[in-house]
Ligand binder design. Structure first.
Ligand code: MG
Length: 159
């Protein structure tokens, strides 16, 4: 048996914040605004995982009103979410992600992000695809006001 999940997230880019994607800190003059570390890639992946089993979204498990998640490491939240999947007897087949960012150039960081996520999810890096694209200068993402991510995850029943 297989199930598929889709995740989307967007965070604003602001000065004075770190830019963290897939648990990897990216050198940039702007960072993502959010209650947690605002790792928009990891958030989209979490929503895709939850969606695959119709378990709702990350806002349900880690509400922004909850002080416990202030400045939270999203990779830790990802582990918690994946636990919900694995404890139900499912595991990841593969995932495909698209990061939409006008700047900075993310290509040099993609393999580090893949390795970071693979390590946390205890899967092979080859099961993870991450692509980066720009928005051709259009809309809020193109104006460097935000970064958004689209994720698709396939999972299979193991037990
Ligand atoms: Mg988010």
């Amino acid at each position: 048996m297989i199930r598929i999940g889709n995740g989307y997230d967007l965070h604003r880019l602001v000065a004075g914040r770190k830019l963290i994607l897939g648990g990897v800190e990216i050198k940039h003059s702007l960072g993502l605004l959010g209650h947690s570390d605002a790792d928009v890639l990891t958030h989209a992946i979490m929503d895709a995982l939850l969606g695959a089993l119709s378990l709702g979204d990350i806002g349900h498990y880690f509400p922004p009103t909850d002080e416990r998640w202030q400045g939270a490491d999203s990779m830790f939240l990802l582990e918690k979410v994946y636990q919900l999947i694995t404890e139900r007897g499912w595991e990841i087949v593969n995932m495909d992600n698209v990061i939409v960012a006008q700047r900075p150039k993310l290509k040099p960081y993609l393999s580090a992000m893949i390795n970071s996520l693979a390590h946390r999810l205890n899967i092979d890096p080859e099961q993870i695809s991450i692509k980066a694209t720009t928005n051709e200068g259009l809309d809020a993402v193109g104006r460097e006001e935000a970064i958004c991510v689209h994720s698709v995850v396939l999972i299979t029943k193991t037990s």
